[in-house]
Ligand binder design. Structure first.
Ligand SMILES: [Zn+2]
Length: 383
């Protein structure tokens, strides 16, 4: 079953289970295959988009942007290029400055915007497209994050990370040759984002039981199956092969779809994501070069895993039984190291002080019930 058929099946199951949780209909055209870039121009033609804007940076231009632009021009269509320059520390970040650069690049004539890159470029484009009422197409250059299909854009405004309403892409073209050529650290980050689902799914069960928060069994199952596929195929993902990035990209898209379906990030984001956001804000405040989102999430999830297992063992709270099923931190770190990503806080460049601060304040960033929040409320964090 290809991804489009799979989404159709999930949507039907979700519609049938609307009594548990409202599910929104997900309509998204997806190509995950070798040579997917060649499908972009025919798609634009079919949709009647004769004039489009392509947003890229120096790296993603070389990885896919130039090729896509050439194919679009050869098809007789017009494409304007917005090349985002790096900031002083060499990053492109989703903040006010870059939003402005994208806004200025999308002319009145442009009918759609193509995001060529990883998470950050997608977040900038999805936000601008929402504000300008244009469709956006996703061309991922690395299997690095599960946010490609997201309807929300995490943006840095006044130095603080907040998620804003935006639009999901109308279509995704994920070319396996492009993804397999991405730096392995990016593939490892995508794997880290998926590994984080161990703790996010467990936290979701806890927020349902202790916080009375909405829960969708269908969205839970989609994310769980995607996570298990990644663990099962860890060797191929570690090798960075086309087969490996295919499993990973499909898992990241599935995770994104589960969020889109229920209009919430609960399946994919728990205490580990809150820690990651906290650390990111620290790095921005210090003017430091960013660490990939999934790299932080993977390490934070590995760290939380043992804390959550101890929590289940020490507290007489039935809801915490779900934490007993988590893999040990050591196992999670071994997987992260195997795929070529950082596996410890020190490898992320985070100090013990920063970590302690993150553990104590991260739960205040989102209005969600998590094991991390419980530990803070009951003063269970040591040192
Ligand atoms: Zn994530």
């Amino acid at each position: 079953m290809n991804m489009n058929e799979q989404i159709k099946q999930w949507s039907e199951e979700a519609q049938a289970s609307n009594a548990d949780h409202p599910h929104r209909k997900v309509e998204l055209f997806i190509e995950v295959r070798d040579g997917a870039l060649e499908a972009v121009a025919p798609y634009l033609n079919q949709q009647g988009y004769h004039h489009v804007t392509l947003v890229e940076d120096k790296h993603t231009s070389a990885a896919a942007g130039q090729k896509v632009a050439k194919l679009i021009r050869e098809a007789g269509l017009t494409v304007d290029i917005v090349r985002l320059p790096p900031n002083a520390v060499g990053d492109v970040i989703a903040d006010e400055t870059y939003i402005m650069k994208v806004l200025l690049g999308v002319t009145d004539k442009s009918q759609a915007v193509l995001a060529v890159g990883s998470g950050t470029i997608h977040d900038l484009v999805r936000f601008v497209c929402y504000k300008m009422n244009r469709p956006f197409l996703s061309i991922p250059t690395a299997a690095s994050v599960d946010g490609f299909t997201s309807a929300g854009a995490p943006l840095i405004v006044d130095g603080s990370k907040q998620t804003f309403q935006a639009v999901p892409p109308e279509a995704i073209f994920a070319d396996l040759s492009v993804l397999a050529s991405a730096p392995q650290t990016m593939t490892a980050a995508g794997f880290g984002d998926m590994l984080g689902k161990f703790t996010s799914l467990a936290d979701w069960h806890v927020s349902r039981d202790l916080g009375n928060e909405p829960f969708s069994p269908v969205a839970n199952r989609i994310t769980e199956e995607a996570l298990h596929a990644c663990v099962e195929h860890v060797d191929e993902i570690a090798a960075g092969s086309k087969a490996g990035v295919e499993v990973l990209m499909n898992a990241l898209i599935a995770s994104g779809i589960s969020m889109l379906m229920i209009d919430h990030s609960r399946p994919a984001s728990g205490g580990e994501h809150h820690i990651s956001h906290r650390i990111e804000m620290d790095f921005i405040a210090e003017g430091r070069k960013q660490v990939l989102h999934g790299a932080k999430v993977g390490v934070a999830s590995a760290l939380l895993s043992d804390l959550y297992r101890e929590l289940a063992a020490s507290q007489d709270v039935e809801a915490f039984n779900v934490y007993r099923t988590l893999p040990a931190s050591e196992q999670m770190r071994a997987w992260l190291a195997q795929v070529g990503g950082p596996s410890t806080i020190a490898e992320l460049g985070v100090t013990e002080d920063q970590l302690a601060r993150a553990l104590r304040t991260a739960h205040t960033l989102r209005d969600r019930y998590t094991g991390l929040k419980y530990m803070n409320e009951h003063q269970l964090l040591r040192s």
